[in-house]
Design a protein around this ligand. Sequence first.
Ligand code: ZN
Ligand code: ZN
Length: 366
Amino acid sequence: MGYPARWDRLREEMAREGVELLALVPGANLFYLTGLHFHRMERPIVALLPREGEPALILPAFEVEKAQRAPIPWRLFPYTDTEGPASAFHTAAAALGGRGRPIAVEALGMRVLEWSLLAHVFSLSEPIASEPLLARLRMVKGPEEIAAIRRAIAAAEEALQRWLPEVRPGMTEREATRRLIQACFAAGADALAFEPIVVAGPNAALPHATPSDRPIGPGELMIVDFGAVVDGYASDLTRTFVLGEPDPEAARIYAVVREANAAGRAAVRPGIPAEAVDQAARAVIEDAGYGPYFPHRTGHGLGLEVHEPPYLVAGDTTPLQTGMVFTVEPGIYLSGKGGIRIEDVVVVTENGGESLTAFPRELRSI
Ligand code: ZN
Ligand code: ZN
């Protein structure tokens, strides 16, 4: 879907919600609608997209040339460092005439910096969150987006393949992580989707542990969770390995998590609520008696952001649609001992789900 089609969809959604103006800051939503990537710095940049009429962009003067290269008929409201942004916000608001009209902002992305400038010039009192509206646009991926996610996955899987032979007992988690980062870039990643997690032994019992200076010991389970970014789109992949031979309990729990991952993937099909995938994966872990040791949701949408709607969690009743992409990542974590998580990326197809990740899921000893 090109930008004009995305804008048409945006305007439909704005009309549906009664929103007159959408204010965006640098990040995934602005990139999705314009292809523009700006850094979020102390100098505010705000795009104002009216339901009717030309969009406006308030930005530092030195960014004007970059904005003009985007295929968007912007009205630009630049400010210099000596002027500061206040007068550019006033001029833009006067030009758009949005005072007192319903304006949606990014509740998750906008800072007090931008909000206070906007609230002042548009006389706003309460922010209207634009996330539900933007999620309806972004949740269903177009073929070009799925192709980019596939490239991001290919880079991550190649990186994992290259990196595994380098890992040995005695290496610290931090050193192993450093090597994984190098492998990601060598495999074609433009950037990392997030700071990779390589954690072993008791550290692996924390679902989002940070790699430490602790050496990875023989016989320990090691969780590797990371992703690459290619052409703006992210991958997200977790595999759990064992250094040497697993103890019988570890092997048994691994089999449970693997079955839960398979059950979650198998449940995917259009029309069911997102929470049904969570239920399918969770039931396997609960039936095996490990329910309390699976403390997080089963997965999250994936695209321009690593965590985006839909969320595979009880209470998210978003009906799955062909083209949605999300992770399925059940895990079991035993405090003080270790943890296991197996994460795949699944796209909803016309009659089911297809795992875009293909890295083997058998417990591999390294
Ligand atoms: Zn992950
Ligand atoms: Zn994930």
